[in-house]
Design a protein around this ligand. Structure first.
Ligand code: NA7
Length: 537
């Protein structure tokens, strides 16, 4: 345990408290301490850094964004010299990288691990946030930064009689640090989102029998796993800042430039060739956004993409009944999925696909699960059932702003923020990649947002000001975001992107859909206009 980890918390008075030490929180800690010289302490429930990469240790877990852009850029030496071994880094490698960043900058001495923050209340009299930890200690801070993660609040539904089951139930996003040995076992995976398909492709050849419990089939393209490309390394090393700025000036910051061509504007042969090229290259976001501009907005364009994937699926899966079960009936407008050899898994004799929409999971038994009235005998059940995305972790903390305003009330029918970073009536409160942030890959955008509010805090420090947000500015931002999602097929396709995956959650926009390049233009204009929409009073 470091000195800080052992530090008594009760009653401490900080300049800045940070909740969460994943990608965003670690960088916020660096900026507040090293750039602004403030007295800062971060808190995390985990026993180490990494956020989502700390918890998601499930078999097959890896980033499906190119490692070239799944990185910090602030430490130029590490940006240029960290040797990613693969084009898509495995979870263990991302975690090693984050530990290396934290160690190099001696960040861990300012982190209290194994510490949950249950409540945060703004105290107008002292102009402090008052935080309560899970063990009843009180921490005070002038600024509060929440970097609590977009996909970190686990969702694992329960089924009746779980206590009767003699086997093991594992939640993918809370995977044990010691990897359980699943060889030879009868394993069920519930869920076929990004997590489920990674587990399924990794485990199929390693377990005795794999039962895939699929409720809604999804469109899946190859990922294109391979070594880290030397040409990308050369390009980064030639001019890392230019590379970083190039990536930030795309729409979604996935390391490619989004297409501006309609899928309907090119001859059918050319369209097929483009899809084939994207299929061979791999990467879900690239297949959806680099091929054509209107797959996510036009039902007709969308169908050209799904027709292509369907043909690949039917060619890959030998049993036509299984192929039909794997074929989605809705738009290709969820978060795009990619895994190498996913469809081929279903040709294996030790893999059984269950349609749990037609034949629901009813309950546990001692030996397994009752699915559609029949018992499936199992040793291990893996829940890959997703997250209460975007808003989930913010709402777990009892957060009270000015005049007793409770965040849970204010967000009851959907989140409200300004620029994805602040909330009106919650002074000196900042989020990293909060609701209504741009719909992009994350690390470079986290950095950009943290830099943005670091400058704002620096300006406030000069005048002893308190940073708040104007309600009208926030309303306008929310409206822009709602209008942005309304024009897309993401809005009409059930998924975590719009909150439809959590029973009872308001179905609403939670993103700025205008792209990172436009987001930077909008936020920079606000900054250059004397931080219009923010108040520094
Ligand atoms: P997702 O993409 O939300 O997928 C969750 C899966 O779990 C999905 O197939 C769900 O089916 C399924 N699910 C959820 N509840 C149930 C129940 N009760 N019964 C059966 N199946 C169920 O989460 P992931 O963790 O895979 O990915 C989330 C993001 O994390 C990912 O996009 C990356 O950005 C990182 P449904 O489709 O709702 O019918």
């Amino acid at each position: 345990m470091t000195e800080a980890q052992g530090k008594r918390l009760d009653g401490i008075d900080l300049d800045v408290a940070i909740i969460g030490v994943g990608v965003g929180g670690l960088y916020a800690l660096y900026c507040m301490r090293e750039k602004l010289g403030l007295n800062v302490q971060a808190f995390d429930m985990a026993s180490g850094v990494g956020g989502t990469w700390f918890w998601n240790r499930y078999p097959g877990c890896r980033v499906d964004t190119e490692s070239t852009v799944y990185t910090y850029s602030f430490d130029l030496d590490m940006f240029q010299n960290w040797k990613w071994s693969e084009r898509y880094a495995r979870q263990s490698e991302v975690l090693d990288y984050m530990n290396a960043v934290a160690d190099k900058h001696d960040l861990k001495r300012s982190i209290n691990f194994n510490t949950r923050i249950d409540r945060a209340q703004w105290d107008d009299a002292t102009e402090r946030w008052v935080l309560a930890t899970g063990t009843g200690e009180t921490v005070r801070a002038r600024y509060l930064i929440e970097a609590v993660g977009l996909l970190s609040s686990s969702y694992a539904p329960t089924f009746p009689d779980q206590d009767k089951f003699k086997g093991q139930v594992l939640v993918a996003s809370k995977w044990p640090e010691t990897n359980p040995d699943l060889s030879g076992k009868r394993v069920a995976v519930i869920g076929t989102g990004s997590t489920g398909i990674q587990i399924i492709t990794e485990l199929a050849s390693k377990v005795g029998h794999l039962h895939v419990m699929q409720r809604t089939p999804q469109w899946v393209v190859p990922l294109g796993i391979g070594p880290f490309p030397q040409e990308a390394r050369d390009r980064i090393n030639l001019n890392p800042i230019a590379f970083r700025d190039w990536a930030l000036n795309t729409g979604t910051v996935f390391g490619f430039v989004e297409s501006t061509i309609s899928a309907l504007a090119v001859p059918a042969k050319e369209r097929q060739e483009r899809y084939e090229k994207a299929w061979q290259k791999g990467n879900g976001f690239s297949f959806m956004l680099e091929t054509f501009a209107d797959i996510t907005v036009s039902p007709e364009a969308n169908k050209t993409a799904t027709d292509f994937i369907k043909a690949k699926l039917e060619a890959a899966v030998k049993d036509p009944k299984v192929a039909a079960m794997l074929t989605p009936t809705d738009y290709y407008a969820r978060r795009p999925l990619a895994a190498d050899g996913y469809y081929e898994v279903y040709n294996r004799p030790n893999v059984t696909l269950h349609d749990v929409k037609a034949n629901p999971i009813e309950r546990y038994t001692e030996r397994g699960l009752i699915v559609g009235g029949e018992e499936v005998e199992l040793d291990v059940i893996i829940m890959a059932t997703g997250f209460d995305a975007v808003t989930g972790n913010y709402l777990k903390i009892d957060t009270i702003g000015k005049d007793g305003a409770n965040l849970r009330d204010i967000w009851a029918s959907g989140p409200r923020t300004f620029g994805g970073m602040t909330i009106a009536g919650f002074p000196n409160f900042f989020m990293v990649f909060g609701p209504f942030s741009p719909f992009t890959s994350q690390p470079l955008v986290h950095e950009w947002q943290v830099n943005y509010f670091t400058d704002l805090i620096e300006a406030a420090e000069k005048t002893n000001g308190i940073v708040d947000t104007e309600v009208t500015a926030q309303d306008q931002w929310v409206q822009i975001c709602q209008d942005g999602l309304a024009g897309t097929l993401f809005q009409v396709t059930d998924s975590w992107i719009n909150g439809a995956n959590i029973p009872g959650k308001p179905r609403t926009s939670m993103w700025y859909m205008g792209g990172m390049a436009n987001y930077m233009v909008e936020m920079n204009a606000i900054r250059d206009n004397n931080y219009r929409g923010f108040t520094v009073g």
